[in-house]
Design a protein around this ligand. Sequence first.
Ligand SMILES: *[C@@H]1O[C@H](CO)[C@@H](O)[C@H](O)[C@H]1NC(C)=O
Ligand SMILES: *[C@@H]1O[C@H](CO)[C@@H](O)[C@H](O)[C@H]1NC(C)=O
Ligand SMILES: *[C@@H]1O[C@H](CO)[C@@H](O)[C@H](O)[C@H]1NC(C)=O
Length: 284
Amino acid sequence: MKCIILILCLFLLGAESFWKRQSSEDPRDVVRQGLLNLYRISNSVGWFNSTGWEDPESEEYCSWYGITCDEKNTMITLNLTNNNLNGKIYNEWKDLVGLLHVDLSHNNLTGSFPKSIEDLDDLTYLDFSYNKLSDVLPYLIGKGTWTKLQTVNLNHNEFLGLVPSAFELLPSLTTLDLSNNQLTGLLFSDVKKGNLLQCDLSGNHFRCPIATWTESLCQAECSDHVRAPAIMPKLALAALILFWISFPLAIMAIFVFEKGWGFWKRGTVHYQPVNMDNPFDDAE
Ligand SMILES: *[C@@H]1O[C@H](CO)[C@@H](O)[C@H](O)[C@H]1NC(C)=O
Ligand SMILES: *[C@@H]1O[C@H](CO)[C@@H](O)[C@H](O)[C@H]1NC(C)=O
Ligand SMILES: *[C@@H]1O[C@H](CO)[C@@H](O)[C@H](O)[C@H]1NC(C)=O
């Protein structure tokens, strides 16, 4: 009897935890929690319009400000342009599965490019323009996932480094705007044409020359005398320190060269004959 009750209890416990797991993995709940996280980390109280977002009980996010759903109630657009978002940009985009259009332009978002947005493989439109995003763009941005992405607007931010080579691998990309950032390097082979129809790379710090197609299709300037980036003083300091460390080493090297390697070994190296009959018998 006891045994049957025990088995029954175990079964109920198992069923309960199974049910709990099921409910917490409800896809609509994952999306809703993701949206609430985005709201929380991007200065929720300051949003110009937060209709729907501020009510923790509101389940039906399709009616929240900036969100559009399709006829199956799947969220397809997140448009929070010019809504006074600030703080670090949201970086758990895989939770917002199904999005086609993302527009967070004209806000004050900071941080680096949110790599997790590559997991949105239905994305066709991405706009983070007019924010304060910085750092280097991922070199293989969207490779293999963004097969439908048509438009990328990352202009008017503070992105650094090279133009990601992956932009040539996005098969549907027709519009690319990376203007007014701090991008550098040679634009010779960094971006190949792909299917691009429109492209703006102006307002950056590229070095000359610029590939012919880029010149004809994209707005882009280059300079033979690229303004020294902020990293230069640090490099100069590092070089100076390296010099001061290596100076005594150099003197020593010259000394060794003159006198030969033996000058400090003489008298310290001491060979002992090994007893071949019993090599483990250490001669003391
Ligand atoms: C805020 O968004 C809601 C829902 O989209 C809309 O009905 C309302 O008019 C907006 N309010 C303002 C002040 O723009
Ligand atoms: C977002 O909304 C603004 C106006 O509120 C509109 O101009 C813009 O085209 C929209 N972006 C997308 C991707 O739908
Ligand atoms: C960004 O923040 C500054 C002050 O920190 C403010 O003046 C400006 O209006 C903000 N811009 C947007 C688009 O919210």
